[in-house]
Design a protein around this ligand. Structure first.
Ligand SMILES: *Cc1c(COP(=O)(O)O)cnc(C)c1O
Length: 425
């Protein structure tokens, strides 16, 4: 049995929802997922031979596009020398050096196998290093699915911390305080009322998981000043933004240095990866140097590290980020013009090559305003684009990614598809 429909039927019998990660099931936009047979450059092909212009980019890692030659060649050569050793290799040192040079606040780094692990471990380190238990996160920010981070506030704001998932003990969730993104006053109040209790503030410096929401002017610097004043650590979750909004991530883009940084996605070149790093005195708490335990059988995997190095080396050229900015701006302009022509209410948020079209008047500055978007309109937009061979994220609350493989013609054809779709909305 081949073809997406048949595979979906077979898969659903054995895998929850027929998928290995929930958003892939298209629950937010309806319909059934297509199964991918291959990708090349800016396009993917499904099991029925249809092709799509891809603006999902595997949810962020594929900044060079699909199967880029430097990565394919490097991994092809590396795999013949063995897939895993459980002992260190030269390329792990090279990747650590490259990351630390690109992101100077990362004085030491530990590679792990997913962004979830990176954020979970950074939180453990923050708790271990400060001797404090509570953390602050922001509503709508996603930091992977570790228990402490699967929490957002209910209507009680910071006083009630309700887990987003069954199975997260409320005792643990109560240590995660959730505040509105971009609300510095709320952070100040919470740090004051819980003075000496907060281990860390963790934030996506550009939110990508409620749709793209940039930090308002002064927000990140304000977090830097407040955390320093109260002895809490500042953690930037740059799993999406690292090497995406700038080579040095959002921290170089906005000029604010956190104590700890989480990385993932791009640094693995499309293979499973995560990393956390930061101040040397903090990272020295990590085992075997210190008493914060964290380990991984496949951490620093030779294939992952090879793919990551090939990817990051291809990005080490300032013209790359100028091109990503120009192409992102072009996609935004195309979609906005199409909406204007058709009289569709649309607010596009964008930082460089990551953007989200919200079906709302805007501005979209936090999760509350993001949720005002008309999600059934987004679902129609998604389906309309897909029917015209353009693949956007299957949820309003995600980012679209432009890669270096997208051509001007690709961006034009996405704009033309949007024009048709908006006219029919
Ligand atoms: C994707 C993502 C994660 C989780 O990474 P996984 O590799 O999916 O575990 C964490 N934080 C942010 C900001 C992400 O976008």
């Amino acid at each position: 049995m081949t073809g997406s429909e048949a595979l979906y039927e077979r898969g659903r019998r054995l895998m929850p929802g027929g998928v290995n990660s929930p958003v892939r099931a298209f629950g937010a936009v309806g319909g059934r997922p297509f199964f991918v047979s291959r990708g090349e450059g800016a396009r993917i092909w499904d099991e029925d031979g249809r092709s799509y212009l891809d603006f999902l980019g595997s949810w962020g890692p594929l900044i060079l596009g699909h199967a880029p030659a430097p990565v394919v060649e490097a991994v092809g050569e590396a795999i013949r020398r063995g897939t895993s050793f459980g002992a260190p290799t030269a390329r792990e040192v090279e990747l650590a050096e490259l990351i630390s040079r690109a992101i100077p606040s990362v004085e030491m780094v530990r590679l792990v196998s997913s962004g979830t692990e990176a954020a979970m471990s950074a939180i453990r380190l923050a708790r271990g290093a400060t001797g404090r238990d509570a953390i602050i996160k922001f509503e709508g920010c996603y930091h992977g699915h570790a228990d402490s981070l699967l929490v957002k506030a209910g209507s009680g704001g910071a006083t009630f911390s309700i887990p987003d998932s069954l199975g997260v003990p409320s005792a643990l969730a109560s240590l995660t305080l959730t505040l509105p993104f971009n609300d510095l006053a709320a952070v100040r109040r919470t740090l004051e009322t819980r003075d000496g209790k907060i281990a860390a503030v963790i934030v996506e410096p550009v939110a990508g998981n409620m749709g793209v929401v940039p930090p308002t002017r002064g927000f990140l610097q304000g977090l830097r000043d407040l955390t320093r004043h109260h002895g809490a650590l500042l953690i930037f979750d740059e799993v999406i933004t690292g090497f995406r909004v700038a080579y040095g991530g959002a921290q170089s883009f906005y000029g604010v240095s956190p104590d700890l940084t989480c990385l993932g996605k791009i640094i693995g070149g499309g293979l499973p990866v995560g990393a956390y790093g930061g101040r040397r005195d903090l990272m020295e708490h990590v085992a075997p140097l210190g008493k914060v335990y964290q380990a991984g059988t496949l951490s620093g995997n030779p294939l992952t590290v090879t793919a990551g190095l090939a990817t990051l080396r291809a990005l080490a050229d300032p013209t790359v980020y100028r091109r990503l900015e120009a192409m992102g701006a072009k996609l935004q302009a195309g979609v906005e013009a199409a909406a204007r022509e058709a009289g569709v209410l649309l607010t596009v948020n964008r930082v460089g090559s990551m953007l989200t079209p919200f079906f709302a008047a805007g501005p979209v500055t936090d999760f509350e305003s993001a949720k005002r978007s008309n999600t059934s309109r987004y679902a129609k937009f998604f389906q309309g684009m897909l029917a015209r061979g353009v693949f956007f994220a299957p949820s309003q609350f995600e980012a679209a990614f432009v890669s270096l493989a997208h051509s001007e013609a690709d961006i034009d054809s996405a704009g033309a598809a949007a024009r048709e779709v908006f006219r029919a909305l």
